[in-house]
Design a binder for this molecule. Structure first.
Ligand SMILES: *[C@@H]1O[C@H](CO)[C@@H](O)[C@H](O)[C@H]1NC(C)=O
Ligand SMILES: *[C@@H]1O[C@H](CO)[C@@H](O)[C@H](O)[C@H]1NC(C)=O
Ligand SMILES: *[C@@H]1O[C@H](CO)[C@@H](O)[C@H](O)[C@H]1NC(C)=O
Ligand SMILES: *[C@@H]1O[C@H](CO)[C@@H](O)[C@H](O)[C@H]1NC(C)=O
Ligand SMILES: *[C@@H]1O[C@H](CO)[C@@H](O)[C@H](O)[C@H]1NC(C)=O
Ligand SMILES: CC(=O)N[C@H]1CO[C@H](CO)[C@@H](O)[C@@H]1O
Length: 522
């Protein structure tokens, strides 16, 4: 007992001594405390904290990036990989021959609300904000979800084809929100990004005249049956959207079959929705959407089904993917996080993967502050950063290949939102001061998005004993290893990582912290 704690203390001292704090060239967080459990980092038109582009030290050393409730934000250090175990502490062993899914990417949504907030800033601050997400000195977002027409995070209700009876979509036209706000911002984001962005389109509601309830909100679905004229027009609407955005050099990686089809099945649902049963979605894809896309100029656009909570899995996937006519047009299953705390990942995500391993799972929406008990923005909430990291790790450990946050930016009230469904965002814009605040959840995203490049493959990790640490490990396309570790408890823990290819990495996960470790293996 005494010996082992003495050796722990010695190891801690050796570890601290070995750390090289890399401060040169880094912009530090300008921390502001709004009275919650941690701080935000304030950015303006001339200054924003950044760790810059990341490169790894030579073989035999490792990099470590730490964020914590105590105020660390991607704090970088390096250490030596050791030949011998430090003994006595929890060991996480990398199991490189256990290979799982490959990462597609991480990102957020360019809603009308996000675009409005970003454009409220001065040109310099807009640029800082976009760089934070998309440039190589930022956090490496590569996915942007783009709502097709209005959703609750709009200031008015509209679709692109509001002329009743316009089955041929002669009057289909993008909105001012697209042309003046979202498209220019997406073009700027693309110009800042070192690689092509993966754009993802989702529609909230079909035009009212195509729907059983004659309205964009509330309970309603498409009139008629799959194969009928309403369903065909609705498929063509997607194709027209792809064509219109392509005129601005914005091409889409994927589209979903529609945001939250379960919402449109609920009586008096308060904002834009379009109900689908899994059977109707299956037949619409097989008879209308699939053939329309196939015949369009964009036949390689991925189609993701569900776009709703995982509580609907595996049932939804079974109904849709068991049908070969629908299944051949489909690439993946999109999930939202809202009910994750009550739906175990194994029986939903895991089972769906086991049944249909040829279809990937992808996270398309998540936000904090949606729960009526803790609604809206909470500036500096570390608890919300932990909610993000916990959910991302849980998803990654159950075959999910990417995770998309909701609004890229909101105002201090969590809007605008025409139905007052205010929520939180990793970036909160205070236009009155021409600043934006990077919330703890922004760094939560960064611990994954900046390090897990497209093509990174999850590998096994085994713990030497019982632990509440949460972790996930990946081998990147360049052969380096990235291990992300979350400690949601209130005490520090010493542990070591053993990678048989290189040796032992002593580390510590402070109370309420998120840690990304990375090292070369060859
Ligand atoms: C931006 O923030 C930095 C760091 O806090 C500060 O030094 C600078 O004066 C600010 N610039 C403006 C335009 O407010
Ligand atoms: C590592 O362990 C081996 C055998 O257990 C020992 O011979 C060697 O001296 C140790 N090396 C170091 C650097 O402690
Ligand atoms: C729809 O487009 C047609 C031409 O294709 C035009 O004559 C008509 O005025 C438009 N209707 C509306 C409501 O914009
Ligand atoms: C279109 O976008 C691609 C990147 O997605 C870029 O390489 C190309 O230069 C752009 N073309 C025009 C005309 O802007
Ligand atoms: C739904 O809305 C209608 C019209 O506003 C109202 O008459 C009805 O009572 C509402 N139903 C429920 C279940 O709230
Ligand atoms: C740093 C750390 O781990 N502190 C807590 C982290 O989680 C573990 C569970 O393994 C707790 O026991 C630690 O106290």
């Amino acid at each position: 007992m005494v010996l082992s704690s003495l050796s722990s203390v010695l190891w801690a001292l050796v570890f601290v001594a070995a750390q090289v704090i890399l401060s040169a060239g880094y912009n530090k967080c300008v921390a502001r405390n709004f009275g919650h459990d941690s701080v935000v980092c304030e950015c303006n038109s001339t200054y924003c904290d950044s760790i810059g582009p990341v490169s790894l030290p030579p073989l035999g050393q490792f990099s470590s990036y730490l964020s914590s409730i105590a105020g660390s934000r991607l704090e970088a250090s390096q250490g030596e990989v050791r030949a011998n175990s430090s003994g006595g502490r929890l060991r996480l062993t990398i199991v490189p021959y256990q290979k799982y899914q490959k990462i597609r990417g991480f990102g957020g949504a360019m809603t009308d609300a996000a675009a409005i907030n970003i454009l409220f800033l001065s040109a310099g601050a807009q640029d800082q904000l976009l760089r934070q997400y998309f440039s190589s000195e930022g956090i490496g977002y590569s996915v942007v979800r783009v709502p097709m027409a209005s959703c609750d995070f709009s200031t008015r209700l509209y679709t692109y084809a509001d002329t009743p009876g316009d089955y041929d979509l002669h009057n289909f036209t993008l909105a001012p929100e697209d042309i003046n706000m979202k498209i220019p911002l997406l073009q700027r984001a693309q110009a800042l990004s070192p690689r092509p962005l993966s754009l993802l389109a989702s529609a909230w509601s079909a035009p009212a005249w195509l729907k059983t309830n004659g309205a964009l909100t509330g309970k309603g679905s498409l009139k008629g049956q799959p194969g009928g004229k309403e369903h065909k027009t609705w498929a063509q609407y997607y194709v027209r959207f792809l064509e219109e955005y392509a005129k601005y050099n914005l091409t889409f990686w994927a589209l979903t079959t529609g945001n939250e089809p379960s919402a449109g099945m609920m009586t008096n649902y308060s904002f834009q929705a379009l109900g689908f049963t899994p059977e109707e979605q299956r037949d619409w894809v097989s008879l209308d959407l699939g053939p329309a896309l196939h015949a369009s100029s964009y036949p390689h656009t991925h189609v993701l089904i569900l776009d709703d909570s995982r509580i609907l899995l595996p049932h939804w996937a079974k109904v849709v993917l068991s049908d070969v006519h629908a299944g051949r047009y489909i690439h993946g299953v999109a999930v939202h996080w809202y009910l994750d705390s009550v739906v175990p990942p194994g029986i939903s995500l895991g089972t769906t993967h086991d049944l249909y391993p040829e279809y990937y799972l992808f996270g398309t929406e998540a936000c904090a502050g949606w729960n009526p008990l803790h609604k809206g923005v909470m500036l500096g909430s570390w608890d919300r950063a932990e909610q993000y990291a916990h959910d991302i790790i849980e998803d990654l450990n159950h075959y999910v290949v990417g995770w998309t946050d909701w609004n890229l930016a909101l105002d201090p009230n969590g809007g605008p939102n025409w139905v007052k469904n205010f929520v939180d965002s990793p970036v909160i814009v205070d236009a009155t001061r021409d600043v934006f605040y990077k919330q703890p959840s922004f760094y939560s995203m960064a611990h994954f998005s900046k390090f897990l490049w497209e093509g990174s493959q999850r590998v096994g990790v085994s713990a030497s004993g019982e632990t509440h640490l949460e972790f996930s490990a990946f081998i990147r396309p360049d052969g380096s290893l990235v291990l992300i570790i979350l400690n949601r408890s209130s005490s520090d823990i010493l542990f070591e990582v053993w990678d048989p290819a290189v040796g032992y990495i002593p580390s510590t996960a402070p109370a309420h912290s998120l840690l990304t470790l990375a090292w070369k293996r060859q």
